[in-house]
Design a protein around this ligand. Structure first.
Ligand SMILES: Nc1ncnc2c1ncn2[C@@H]1O[C@H](COP(=O)(O)OP(=O)(O)OP(=O)(O)O)[C@@H](O)[C@H]1O
Length: 598
């Protein structure tokens, strides 16, 4: 699967544009109105220099009386103020409309990206760097919105201005206009170079921002380990390196802009000087009126502004497109585990589980489970033991269909799990995993996960079952006690108890415990085990535990080694076999053979 690389470009621009336009569709009317308003402000701005020139000509014309000139001046001033005011007001509404559209588009894109990521399989999510995903959900929608709100409209506005000013210049004096146009090749060369270098610089900035985001998100999560192992200086040095790289790329980008803008300004100055030289000569020769010369001069100043902006806006367009590509990459990544179209809804769960010659690999050609077969009957508790990495957790992950197997079959109550709706399957399963995750919020939020149908009474019952009541009693605000990010204000055992209550409150039929009590003291552990065995709705329990005392009383113990089942039986049966389980038990309790049989 792709890792949403920051460099690749694949989508054809046409398709990309088509797809992007679908996000504008709901705002078509507002967008077109904003366009119309843009035309109004553009024309208003373009009229004034011409009006100024014509007024000057009128003022210096001896054919008109003084009173008439004053009257024209007053009316002209009123009209100019009215035009300016209208332009400001219209500009305000145009901006408001565009910004609203931009925010709506950003909002929709962020939502789509997040919803899509939520539906990817655990296997796919494990492969994605969180920092990059954060960039996909924040910076990229922002770039697209900027493209819609600023770039496209202003790009069209600038082309329009360039075109109209060009015509006005030719109409006022085509010889002088040609002189101004002679500078265009220089501008085109400068703009091409600018686009090339600025595009590279921008790409560097993006990659470096992504790298900084990724580094921060990973290292802030792992800060405890950094501190415990005294690695702060090393991490600070590493961060300094990527931070320096980011700063350098920003500075390169700023420098490119810093060079480009004065170059355009210089060319504009050359054009202005030529205009003054030839303009004054033309006025003195009587070919051009003083007023139109001034209009021409102002228009020349205005002519170079859009030229400079167009190059920069092309970059904005490119940024928007490249962000769109990356977002669509995420959105086009199909979840690799999906419900079949005719997937069925489980209406009850009796508790039968069967693995039939299951082969599974996370990575091609690295088999983690090699032909695993076993059966679990209703009301049984089955434990999995074995060395680290032997495949115990993998078996549990497959039962909840976090991954699909490559060969064999997994049956739940005799039904292949690939034909059952995942949500329906998980409804019956309570999972207590090795890595407990708590969300920031309250204890109540963490147990109910926002499900309004779970009452405080349900929570109390679940808490009593798992021994969380002792923890809650100590807290002044009980269930409303605040849980900090990742549950950092609780001990590991307390965190396990909270997530235990979360698993139990949903009344699961199958309970999966993966090292669920590893951080809980033996006394609480036995209370929990007792309670779980009394819970009426739990028919089947699957346990992975390294502490063998935890699983001794299971109906069956399955011993795993290197992805295969090597032994199966009750605690006593396995001890008698004197195989791997016997060795594990001996190692753990440091007991002599005679003691074990006793
Ligand atoms: N997401 C993954 N991607 C690739 N390989 C994985 C992944 N998860 C686990 N593995 C590999 O699969 C093998 C079995 O892992 P599993 O977690 O099932 O072991 P386990 O028996 O539960 O170990 P432990 O007792 O340490 O929890 C290991 O070699 C592990 O490296």
């Amino acid at each position: 699967m792709r890792d949403f690389n920051d460099n690749h470009q694949s989508h054809a621009d046409k398709n990309l544009t088509k797809r992007l336009l679908t996000y504008l569709k709901p705002h078509k009317k507002r967008f077109l109105t904003a366009f119309l308003l843009m035309f109004i402000t553009t024309f208003a701005n373009l009229i004034l220099p011409l009006a100024t020139g014509l007024s000057i000509d009128l003022m210096v014309n001896p054919d008109y009386t003084f009173d008439f000139k004053v009257l024209v001046l007053i009316i002209g001033a009123i009209i100019a103020v009215a035009i300016l005011m209208t332009s400001v007001v219209v500009g305000f509404f145009q901006q408001m409309m565009l910004q609203e559209i931009g925010q709506d588009v950003t909002h929709v894109l962020r939502k789509e990206v997040f919803e899509h990521i939520e539906n990817l399989s655990i296997g796919q999510i494990n492969l994605l760097p969180v920092g990059k995903l954060v960039t996909r959900a924040t910076n990229d929608p922002g770039n697209i919105s900027d493209m819609f709100t600023n770039t496209i409209v202003n790009l069209i506005r600038n082309f329009l201005m360039l075109f109209i000013i060009g015509i006005i210049l030719v109409v006022i004096n085509y010889v002088m206009a040609l002189l101004v146009f002679l500078t265009l090749p220089l501008i085109i060369i400068a703009s091409q170079l600018f686009r090339k270098y600025s595009r590279n610089a921008y790409r560097q900035v993006r990659n470096n921002v992504s790298e900084v985001n990724g580094f921060l998100s990973e290292n802030l999560s792992g800060i405890k380990i950094t501190q415990i192992f005294n690695q702060e200086d090393k991490k600070i040095k590493e961060f300094k390196e990527i931070n320096d790289k980011l700063k350098k790329s920003y500075l390169t980008e700023i420098n490119i802009f810093g060079i480009y803008r004065p170059i355009i300004w210089l060319i504009a100055m050359i054009a202005s000087i030529l205009t003054i030289y030839f303009g004054v000569s033309s006025v003195l020769a009587g070919i051009l009126s003083p007023g139109l010369f001034i209009s021409f001069y102002i228009y020349v100043g205005q002519f170079f502004e859009p030229i400079q902006q167009i190059s920069e806006q092309f970059n904005g367009l490119q940024n928007g497109f490249s962000s769109a590509e990356k977002i669509f990459d995420v959105l086009d990544t199909k979840p690799d585990i999906k419900d079949q179209e005719d997937a069925i809804e489980l209406d009850k769960f009796e508790g039968r589980i069967e693995f039939k010659n299951v082969w599974f690999q996370y990575i091609p050609d690295e088999w983690v489970l090699k032909g695993v077969s076993f059966k679990v009957n209703p009301n049984e508790t089955v434990a999995f033991v074995g060395a680290t990495g032997s495949g115990k957790t993998t078996i549990l992950q497959l039962i909840v269909r976090n991954y699909d197997i490559q060969e064999g079959q997994i049956l739940i109550d005799g039904i292949d799990i690939r034909t059952i709706k995942r949500s329906s399957l998980r409804k019956f399963i309570g999972q207590m995993l090795q890595d407990v995750f708590l969300f920031s919020g309250t204890i109540r939020d963490n147990i109910t996960l926002g499900d309004p149908t779970i009452t405080d009474e349900d929570i109390k019952k679940a808490s009593d079952y798992v021994g969380l009541d002792y923890v809650l009693d100590k807290l002044e605000h009980g269930l409303d006690h605040v849980v900090l990010e990742r549950g950092n204000n609780f001990s590991s055992g307390e965190r396990q108890l909270i997530s235990f209550a979360r698993a139990v409150v949903y009344n699961p039929s199958l309970m999966i415990l993966d090292e669920a009590t590893a951080n809980i003291d033996s006394e609480t552990e036995s209370i929990i085990q007792d309670s779980l065995s009394k819970m009426m709705n739990i028919s089947t329990m699957l346990i992975v535990a390294h502490r063998l005392s935890t699983i001794q009383h299971s109906n069956r113990i399955i011993v795993m080694s290197k992805g295969e089942i090597v032994e199966m039986g009750t605690h006593q049966e396995l001890l008698k076999q004197k195989g791997l389980y016997f060795n594990l038990y001996q190692l753990q309790y440091d007991k002599k053979e005679g003691d074990i049989h006793a």
